[in-house]
Design a protein around this ligand. Structure first.
Ligand SMILES: NC[C@H]1CCC[C@@H](CNc2ccc(C(N)=O)cn2)C1
Length: 235
């Protein structure tokens, strides 16, 4: 899966996306993150990429030309144009279900805005979808883009050790994750639940499911309500 990221801060991606799971997935050729510097496409003699907003107001707005030319350049040889996602507080809020949907795409282009905004004609011209990572405003779309790349990439075949690395994770099965423990079995007198040391896998699985249901009910009653509705026969 390939991510082309249109950004004013490509270095951010080259550093963060080189680490850990995403970094390994890039080395293995499963994921490719290609950060493109919008500023390289500015035709302005001072490489400007923003200008004052028509109608007044504080802050600057990203201009059309560099972004549209960057988009046209990266897609010029593509028969199928990849989906363009603009990271924006106005977008559909990202969740595990949307991440799963996006993980089936071969190629995504992510647009990171900055300043007070981007010229609306950019959105009209090249953006297919706006996605938000939550209801708050950040200085740029770069962190949201990295969040999207991380949560989508881990669902791509071969990125994690095995599929059940995430199939038991919070939000994947509509529940929150059960508690995890590792050695030592007794840390400062705090013991690991006996069931987990029993080696009785069927009982362990039952205990884990029950823990997930209980903590979802307690921490996320909204999620529990959905789970209850769809699983009422088992509860
Ligand atoms: N003036 C607001 C807006 C102008 C254009 C650039 C964005 C970048 N900042 C972002 C982007 C996305 C999110 C999110 N929640 O996903 C938050 N913040 C900010």
């Amino acid at each position: 899966m390939k991510f082309d990221v249109l950004t004013l801060f490509p270095e951010l991606f080259n550093i963060v996306m080189r680490e850990s799971i995403i970094g390994r997935a890039q080395e293995n050729g499963i994921i490719k993150v290609n950060a493109i510097n919008i500023r390289d496409y500015s035709k302005d003699k001072h490489k400007k990429v923003d200008d004052y907003p028509f109608g007044g107001g504080t802050g600057m707005v990203m201009t059309c030309q560099p972004v549209i030319d960057a988009y046209n350049d990266i897609t010029k040889d593509m028969t199928v144009k990849p989906k363009v996602i603009y990271m924006s507080p106005q977008g559909r809020v990202l969740n595990q279900k949307i991440a799963k949907e996006l993980s089936t795409e071969e190629h995504l282009i992510l647009l990171c805005g900055h300043y007070e905004g981007i010229d609306e004609r950019i959105i009209e011209e090249i953006v297919d979808e706006e996605i938000s990572i939550g209801d708050y405003v950040l200085t740029g779309g770069e962190l949201p883009a990295m969040v999207l790349i991380d949560c989508v990439s881990r669902l791509v075949q071969g990125v994690l050790a095995s599929e059940n690395s995430y199939s038991e994770e919070s939000h994947f099965n509509g529940l929150l994750e059960y508690p995890q423990y590792t050695r030592p079995a007794d840390y400062n007198g705090k013991k690991v639940p006996d069931i987990l040391l029993s080696g009785h896998h069927a009982n362990i699985e039952k205990w884990r499911t029950q823990q997930s249901i209980e903590r979802t009910k307690q921490k996320r009653p909204d999620m529990y309500e959905v789970y209850e509705r769809t699983h009422k026969k088992n509860l």
